[in-house]
Design a protein around this ligand. Structure first.
Ligand SMILES: C[S@@+](CC[C@H](N)C(=O)[O-])C[C@H]1O[C@@H](n2cnc3c(N)ncnc32)[C@H](O)[C@@H]1O
Ligand SMILES: [Zn+2]
Length: 202
């Protein structure tokens, strides 16, 4: 894999984010293709992953505050990144990301710079959520390209059609029933395409 690794000097810092909670920020200028941080955690089976995702759903159903830390590693295994040492778990989603997740050697997940990044920019990647439960994940990335929901870019055309038909339905029903469901909720999985992006959420 090309690019430069971060080495010992940290390329990022953690601080409060305008997108959500805490986020990762570039601590210095980072050039395109730099390996910024590895997504570490506990390797778990799909069965255990489903169990944890369902547990998270049950716990957060009432307040919609689900934070998803499970990444799909491959067909058999996922990585639960909800461990204190895993700063990468704090990276927020953006519809105009500057970072992407890649699988290296079929066993490691790395976040790699998609372009040159200036010191102080928030580091973001596209969570790649599928369309199921799209309304549960409103996006607040603030990017000029924001589509309003956390959805895989490949699915954006379908998302636009879905939003339009959902809007028509709501108009028919009237404003009384026209509200979106609250943020949080639905179980979903983020795919890694061609050995690239992948994350799983609940
Ligand atoms: C793995 S956490 C990311 C770190 C999070 N900011 C924190 O402080 O724990 C993922 C959660 O952050 C929130 N989030 C991340 N990106 C977002 C975005 N663009 N818009 C709205 N919420 C976002 C969602 O609640 C999502 O489930
Ligand atoms: Zn967005």
């Amino acid at each position: 894999m090309g690019g430069q690794q971060s080495g010992n000097g940290k390329l990022y810092e953690v601080r409060g984010s305008e997108i959500h909670g805490r986020g990762l920020y570039a601590a210095k200028d980072i050039s395109k293709d730099t390996w910024i941080i590895q997504y570490i955690g506990e390797k778990i089976s799909k069965k255990e992953s489903d169990r944890r995702a369902n547990e998270l759903l049950a716990r957060t159903a009432s307040n919609g505050g689900a934070r998803v830390y499970i990444f799909i590693l491959n067909k058999r295994w996922d990585i639960d990144g909800d461990v204190p040492d895993n700063d990468a778990r704090l990276m927020n989603h953006s519809c105009g990301p500057n970072v992407e997740a890649q699988i290296w050697d079929k066993k490691e997940i790395w976040f790699i710079a998609l372009r040159d990044i200036k010191k102080g920019e928030e580091l973001t990647f596209n969570y790649g959520f599928d369309l199921e439960h799209w309304q549960d994940h409103r996006c607040r990335c603030g990017s000029a390209r924001c589509v309003g929901y956390i959805v895989d870019e490949d699915l954006w055309p379908e998302l636009q059609r879905t939003i339009a038909s959902s809007q028509k339905e709501e108009d028919k029903k009237g404003s009384k029933n026209g509200k979106s469901r609250p943020d949080g909720g639905g179980k979903r999985a983020v795919k890694v395409k061609k050995g690239k992006k992948m994350a799983k959420s609940a």
